[in-house]
Structures are given as C-alpha cells and as structure tokens.
Design a binder for this molecule. Structure first.
Ligand code: AHM
Ligand code: MG
Length: 278
C-alpha cells in the first residue's frame, strides 16, 4: 500500500504543476460518460497511468476518463479506480479541484475496497488517505506530504451541499433539504465534490447529496471513481454514506462507469435522509 500512496503523491505533485502552468481549455475528445474532456483531464490521466505502471503491486487500473481497464502487472494484488481531475470544469474560475482514488482487491465494489485517497489542489495541496484510519497530509515546499491530523466526523453538522438541478429534485429531496435548513444548516456547495466533501470532513459534519433527479435518475456521480472512495472515507471517519436507503458500499456496479444517487454525511443527517426516503 505504501508504494501506491507514493505513486499517488508523485502524480499529485505533477498534476499540481500542470494546473498551475498549463492550458485549461477543452480538447475535442469526449470521455466514457459523454463529457468533453479538458486537455488537463487527459494529461492528468496519463500522469497517473505512468506512475502506476511503475508499481508491481498494481494489477489493473481504470480511469473515469477511459472506457476500458488498463492491465498493469498480471501478478499485482490491487485494482485502482480513479478520477484524475474531478471538478475540472471549475478550473476556469480557479476553484479547488481534486484527484480521487479507490484501491480494490479482486473486484471494483465496496466489499473489495481496501483503501481510498483523495488529493485536493487548493490554496495548498492536501492529501487524505483512508486505510486503517483517516489521515490528512499537506504538500510542503520540499515535495514531501507531511502528516497534519486524523479526521473524524462529529455526530451532526450544519453544512449542507446538495447537487442536481433543483427543478429536477423529487418532493422527498426538497422536503429533506428544507428540514436541514430549518435545523440551522448553511449552504456550502462549490460544484466540486472533493472540496465540498473535504469541507464537511474538516468542519466536522453536515450532509453532501447528489440525488436522483428527473434529468439524472441514477444520479451523476460514478460509483467506482467517486462514490465508493468517498463512502469508504466517510465511514472510516465515523460518518455514513447511503444511496437514499442502502449503504453505498453494498452496491455492486454492473459497469465501471455506473452512477448512483449518493448521500454522505454525519450520522444525524443520514438518519434524516433515511426518514425522508421511508
Ligand atoms: P466531473 O467528474 O466531470 O468533474 O463531475 C463531477 C462533479 C463533482 O465534483 C460535483 O459534485 C458534481 O460534478 C457537480 O455537479 P453539478 O454541477 O451537477 O452540481
Ligand atoms: Mg469526477
């Protein structure tokens, strides 16, 4: 696992450089989910592939930016599903973006998830790893990621971040969000799941949701690259992660690019989600 985390750190340093120095415009390419890729999505993906190709414990990788899996070492133990540059459409407005990694054994689902990592490229670059516990690290000037602290969610929090077009929300989702605001929550939604979920983790609690909507009935966020890694991190930090009713880590994707509605939060907020979805 140490060598996988090291490959992620090396990729992060190279991606941070790209973000700061390279052209953030769109390419002519469309990815597996139908999004037009930025040149930086493609370059970040290649960097991560290059770094994982040096790691003999990696059997195979699959990226949000590619349709198919890439075999690495036949005798490797781990499968890695990743989103190289999540939230990249926010680069033009200079918001924080991130890289997300799920490390699996044998199959790309929650039962086979061993560890999860994300990197946030903000005013500073930080990395959060969930393995035995959840730890946050900061990239220093000398190129090292120094341990800052362990992350733990409180039982409840007053941050609310819900995605999806409001006119496409179900009545149940409207009612849930209304009750959350009535309890005193504040809206905190940048449109990048890495900074939005990072904020909930760092401030101790709240709720992030990307529900089923009339235009995206199965949600927008992809299980293997985005949802399972964050579900794993939230559970390890003492929170919960569900699709409205079921634990996200119990879902089995039919295809690596499958999406699901998702709710990540502290325990009290997830209780409320369950109440509104009864
Ligand atoms: P991306 O992988 O194409 O960048 O899309 C994922 C992003 C998430 O970071 C974020 O939570 C979501 O899309 C925001 O979607 P919306 O703009 O519909 O709220
Ligand atoms: Mg993404």
């Amino acid at each position: 696992m140490v060598e996988i985390f090291d490959a992620i750190k090396k990729s992060a340093i190279r991606i941070k450089w790209l973000i700061e120095n390279e052209d953030a415009s769109y390419s002519q390419n469309i990815n597996a989910t139908g999004d037009t890729q930025l040149k930086l999505d493609i370059k970040s993906d290649l960097i991560i592939e290059e770094e994982f190709k040096k790691i003999s414990s990696v059997k195979e990788i699959i990226s949000e930016e590619k349709e198919n899996k890439t075999p690495i070492y036949e005798n490797g133990k781990y499968l890695v599903g990743y989103d190289p540059l999540d939230g990249s459409s926010l680069l033009d407005v200079n918001f924080s973006v991130g890289s997300i990694f799920g490390i699996y054994k044998n199959a790309y689902d929650g039962k086979h998830m061993i560890a999860a990592v994300y990197v946030i490229y903000g005013p500073v670059t930080q990395m959060v790893t969930a393995y035995e516990d959840v730890g946050m690290y900061k990239l220093n000037e000398d190129g090292d990621f120094a341990f800052i602290k362990s992350l733990e969610l409180k039982d409840s929090g007053l941050i609310n971040a819900s995605g999806g077009t409001h006119t496409g929300w179900s009545k149940k989702h409207h009612n849930l969000i209304e009750e959350i605001y009535e309890r005193g929550a504040r809206l905190r939604y940048s449109g990048g799941m890495v900074p939005d979920l990072h904020q909930i983790l760092l401030k101790g609690g709240g709720l992030f949701s990307y529900p089923s909507t009339s235009d995206t009935p199965k949600g927008k966020l992809r299980m293997v690259f985005e949802v399972f890694p964050f579900a794993f991190i939230f559970e390890k930090a003492g929170g919960e992660a569900i699709d409205g009713k079921r634990r996200l880590l119990d879902l089995i994707p039919m295809h690596p690019h499958d999406t699901t509605p998702c709710y990540f939060g502290s325990k009290k907020e997830i209780e409320l989600v369950l109440k509104h979805n009864e």
